[in-house]
Design a protein around this ligand. Structure first.
Ligand SMILES: Cc1cc2nc3c(=O)[nH]c(=O)nc-3n(C[C@H](O)[C@H](O)[C@H](O)COP(=O)(O)OP(=O)(O)OC[C@H]3O[C@@H](n4cnc5c(N)ncnc54)[C@H](O)[C@@H]3O)c2cc1C
Length: 229
């Protein structure tokens, strides 16, 4: 990156350094990023950051898996078959690398007051779900369906035993949600591949009678599209 850009980027983005990089599931790496600029950040469970992942100011969006107000965020990056700049960055990032990232943002966040919480999504969505689930007490009513390519792609989530885990190629997520049949009255968090998100939303709203405002949706990626946000 041309040195000339550094002062501009310092104004626009936060700077941190990778201090831990390790596999957290078969195709998912956890990256811990620390830095003085990250101290005191407020992160609501489910929020994301935009990370500079390549030249030409290429940015990609990642949910905050964990956050330490003393000055650290942790991300989990999927090594997906599409092989874009984000996946390449996630694969190659190592301890000591400098990272530029934006402030936490987004409204796809936990609604702690909900009577029950329904989580539906794929590998990428399960990162945001991890942060949300970790913020829920043992007494919370939790259900949902998470689909991964193989069982080894499952992230270690809090309350994981209360979720239905699917392997791609069997029941689809909309079918699994139809079978789960969650009763309206709570909040549903639906994220991952764009068309699947829409299909699951339709099952909840049209078939299960959910109020559309109680179904929070967030497309994280779509086949053939680059960097959705
Ligand atoms: C709010 C939000 C939060 C997100 N949180 C996370 C997160 O925590 N962890 C994470 O890994 N990703 C997350 N994503 C998705 C991540 O930003 C995309 O996977 C990323 O854009 C892919 O970047 P890329 O440069 O590798 O591929 P791109 O250049 O964006 O895409 C290239 C091609 O790869 C394919 N592709 C992209 N993503 C996937 C995928 N997941 N599975 C299969 N094929 C894919 C598509 O065909 C696409 O056309 C999030 C996205 C959003 C919008």
């Amino acid at each position: 990156m041309p040195a000339l850009l550094n002062p501009v980027l310092d104004l626009l983005m936060l700077r941190g350094t990778v201090t831990e990089a390790e596999p957290v599931a078969a195709r998912m790496r956890r990256l811990r990023i620390e830095g003085g600029a990250l101290a005191g950040l407020t992160v609501r469970p489910g929020q994301q950051v935009r990370v500079l992942v390549g030249g030409a100011l290429t940015r990609r969006t990642y949910s905050v898996w964990r956050h330490d107000p003393a000055g650290a965020v942790e991300l989990c990056v999927l090594d997906h078959p599409g092989d874009g700049p984000g996946a390449r960055w996630g694969r190659a990032a190592g301890v000591g690398d400098e990272v530029r990232l934006g402030r936490p943002e987004g409204s796809f966040v936990l609604r702690p007051e909900a009577a029950h919480h329904v989580f539906v999504g794929d590998e990428t969505a399960s990162v945001a779900f991890g942060a949300m689930l970790a913020a829920l007490p043992d007494g919370a009513r939790i259900s949902g369906c998470v689909e991964t390519e193989t069982a080894t792609d499952r992230l270690p989530l809090a309350h994981a035993g209360r979720l239905d885990w699917l392997v791609r190629g069997g029941s689809s997520l909309p079918e699994a949600v139809r079978r789960l049949g969650p009763a309206p009255g709570g909040v549903a968090y639906v994220a991952g591949e764009a068309r699947t998100v829409q299909a699951v939303r339709q099952v909840l709203v049209r078939e299960a009678g959910w109020d559309r405002r109680a179904v929070l949706t967030k497309p994280f990626w779509a086949p053939g599209k680059r960097g959705l946000e």
